[in-house]
Design a protein around this ligand. Sequence first.
Ligand code: ZN
Length: 158
Amino acid sequence: MHGMKGHDIPVTQIITHPEVIERFEKPRINDMTEAYLNKMIQDKHRETTEQYTDAYETYYGIFPHSYRLRESSFQESVYLKQESPHSLICDTPLCRAMYHSLPKYTQHSKYPYFPVYTRQHRENVKQDVSCTLCHSCVSVYGEPGKEPGKEPGKESTL
Ligand SMILES: [Zn+2]
């Protein structure tokens, strides 16, 4: 799913509710984890081989440079794609549950290469905490952005 304009779900509310995990039973987590890994590996392969499925992907790339995410009616944040390999994992409870359900070998061989996005420091938030989201999570709520200078005819506001 791609970014939806005007989407106003307070995503931090979703992120900070650990009880999400308890809604899913172990076998369900395993199924979801397998689907998640397969999708991520397929998308990475499509990126390498430049197999875009639509004009949106052709323009922004399969893993866009950044996302703008409306975290509440008052707060818009910018998430920037991090270089691989990295040691980051997505902060949403479901993604963390999936990560911890995997053997160490898979964690260490796969996750450093999965695209993740880290929230840029927010000047207007007191004692701002860091937040990292995987592509699968950030793309549901965020608006994609191109690398500054690579967007023809549009001034970057990053
Ligand atoms: Zn995630």
